[in-house]
Ligand binder design. Sequence first.
Ligand SMILES: *Cc1c(COP(=O)(O)O)cnc(C)c1O
Length: 432
Amino acid sequence: MKEPVDHELLKYDREHIWHPYTSMKDPLPVYHVVSAKGVRLTLGDGRKVVDGMSSWWAAIHGYNHPQLNRAIRDQVADMSHVMFGGLTHRPAVELATLLIDITPAPLQKVFFSDSGSVSVEIAIKMAIQYWSALGRGKKQRLLTIRSGYHGDTLGAMSVCDPITGMHHLFRGMVPEQYFADSPRCGYQDEWNEEDIAGMKNLLKDHHQEIAAIILEPIVQGAGGMRFYSPQYVRRVRELCHEFDVLLILDEIATGFGRTGTMFACEKADISPDIMCVGKALTGGYMSLAATLTTQQVSDGISSGETGSFMHGPTFMANPLACSVAIASIRLLISSPWEKRVRAIEKQLERDLHPCQNFPHVHDVRVLGAIGVVELRHPADMARVQERFINRGVWLRPFGRVIYTMPPYIINKKDLGQITGAVIEVVEEEGQP
Ligand SMILES: *Cc1c(COP(=O)(O)O)cnc(C)c1O
């Protein structure tokens, strides 16, 4: 269905609608998308582009999937939403059952919320309420590593990288937390105990005030697309036990198979006290997140001053979102997802390898269905994005990283189109 470019629509958008991280005075260009199916987005001018982003880690099964569509349609016929205060429903219970089943065994209690950032706020509040209930109300601060990303609300922002997260703009509003250097040992590197020294020293000095360590396990996403050693996560788990600090793992980006295991923490063979999931939870259909925790943490919180956990969003456990999440997880589990992710990994490694030879490329790295080409200098986002569109590919780089995390259902040829475009665009970025 070919339509003329809708200049009116784009003009109105430009004048009135904010997009993520852009200026209203000089906004970056946006493209009009009219539909999406499988791994393709159809643009307003009729062009189709292969999606290399999974709409920010979320659309793992591709778009317009018949089973996910059906789950939403069936649920609409029963009820789209009811409040969760004093009421419950089968979609919430079934989804909780599935989540408890596929996450590490000690995670037994589920709190549903509407977005990843909120699930991180909830995790932080759980940790603080837990220590308060145990009579250790001084333990209110968080410890994390640099280059992290945990969301855009104020509490979540406080544990994002302080530089790229622009903490200085919000001084006084964003709580001050403790930051260790991000791990230097890459995913495959031999472990060096030095790597954990900074974290250990901060714990030694400040554990009396620290409620929890929060980490994106193995893969740091929007803070720089860095991959680090599972041994780092294991050591952090040990230190948390040693210093009486809870461990929060933010699996919002890494969850549901993206790194080759269902959750990235499986690579370190550890289990957190609190875990956040979101993004791919609904297969990219709707906004939904969950914070899971252990019997120990939930018992602690429930024995505190109020006896209750102090949170309760209006759209908590929205039945439509829960239904499509159930369908998405079932679809994932019943699919050969491990084989698919491994095949994507192998092809990304092979196809992106030539980028290593460009002098302006700092690093090429692949883990699971994630491929990253890190340049030595920041890429011009608008120019690079347009060059990808002209090659029939949807990718959106940030800073110095050009990266792809395609839907798991992508075939060899379509992935080849993405990687081919990456090589060409990266090469062009090296030309003056
Ligand atoms: C995207 C993301 C978040 C925030 O999720 P939103 O749904 O955008 O609020 C938090 N943590 C990680 C690791 C993420 O990738």
